[in-house]
Design a binder for this molecule. Sequence first.
Ligand code: UDP
Length: 235
Amino acid sequence: MGIQYKRILLKVSGEALSGPKGTGFDEATIASICAGIKAAHELGAQIGIVVGGGNFWRGRSSGKMDRMDADKIGMLATVMNALAVKDALRQQGVPAVVMTSSFMPQVAEVFTSDKAIAALESGKIVVFGGGTGNPIFSTDTASALRALEIGADAMFKATMVDGVYDKDPHKYSDAVRYDTLTFTRVLDERLAVMDSTAATLCRDNGLPIVVFDLGEPANIAKAVQGERVGTIVKE
Ligand code: UDP
């Protein structure tokens, strides 16, 4: 089978990196996710990754703390995750770099689209840390933004569920999974794919999203080849 999506932006939530622990890092889980990423890379896909921060901190659930400070802590959490994912990829022999949205020269390179595209074209995986660099936004929005900036053919949203359902499949046994959906429907019916800022960005710029279960890391390579692994959202 050939490759359907040559350049992808993969969104990995922070929670996914914590595995069964539910918080912080779980090295075995990170290694298994990275093995799935490596398999897709070996097919020839160019891969950018945006990592979330929810395994450490989320600004929106920070209680009394000033939201701007809380979101800065959240963005720093995503930088920690980006470093961990880069390290795990390198341990498996996959060339990878971290680029951050804010200047942190001792930690990683600062993101520019030119540098990121050059790195992708040279065969490196680029892990984007720091979200958009702005409070209030989310790493879903950062994923849509980076996907557009690097000219990705699709955004892959790897989640804990195997696609988008009409209702929560963990609560309702008769929940139905969609094979394809439009962004307008996702927005109108407030389906739990991603926040509406991110969904609007994707819709307005014609960026398709593939939503699938990261519990099965082989899904990344399958999706790159165009195999149906979850739900595709497009216009
Ligand atoms: N965040 C932010 N701006 C961004 C991206 C993230 O302020 O552009 C902060 C925000 O506080 C968020 C936290 O970083 O709660 C972690 O990101 P997110 O909740 O998207 O992570 P995920 O749920 O995907 O692990």
